[in-house]
Design a protein around this ligand. Sequence first.
Ligand code: SAM
Length: 221
Amino acid sequence: MFDEVADRYDITNDVLSLGQTRRWRRKLVAALAVRPGERVLDLAAGTGSSTEPFHDAGAEAVACDFSLGMLQVGKRRRPDMSFIAGDAMNLPFADDTFDAVTISFGLRNIVDPLAGLREMLRVTRPGGRLAVMEFSDPTNKVFNTVYNEYLMRALPPTARAVSSNPEAYVYLAESIRAWPDQDHLAAEISAAGYAAVKYRNLSGGIVAIHHATKPGDLLAS
Ligand SMILES: C[S@@+](CC[C@H](N)C(=O)[O-])C[C@H]1O[C@@H](n2cnc3c(N)ncnc32)[C@H](O)[C@@H]1O
């Protein structure tokens, strides 16, 4: 599915999120507090748009995804960045490799998110950080109703106008509705073995950033 939407993926994102995606990505970089030279894995990185702000902040950022179509579009656009093909459920990296691991709008797409979180934990060094950016539940009840109307009614026709594969965006709307809310995702991250799990809402809870650390060297976290 992602191979098929790769060419128009980023423009469709900007249109459907009403331009919010770029702002959310800047908040994620701030949340992970990446220092220059740190090794950062951006998993389910797609075309690398979620990796770019980490690379541009001076991190040694690796964009990893299993869709070769998405990776090819990314490499064409940013040949200076590192793109690696890999499955989130069986990552091609040794234990304790990265200072920080992040995943934007990708955990929801992994067949077994808990297995994905455990793999992310494995490749993070003790004391290293995790930041997950994912669609979540708007906290205001009235807004939540309006938002769900947007997802189920306005999003698919808008996607039909701009995307190369509108059906993928029906899947998008349905997968957002089926995804756990902020507290349930926090519990899942803890269940995978992370410590100090916290989250913050963006745009009233349309998106949430969950932050956690890998237990181990507390001084380095
Ligand atoms: C919605 S896109 C997000 C791309 C990018 N992180 C962003 O923020 O624009 C989700 C990505 O998850 C990838 N994906 C889904 N399951 C995966 C898996 N098991 N291993 C690696 N990538 C996966 C898809 O190929 C797709 O590129």
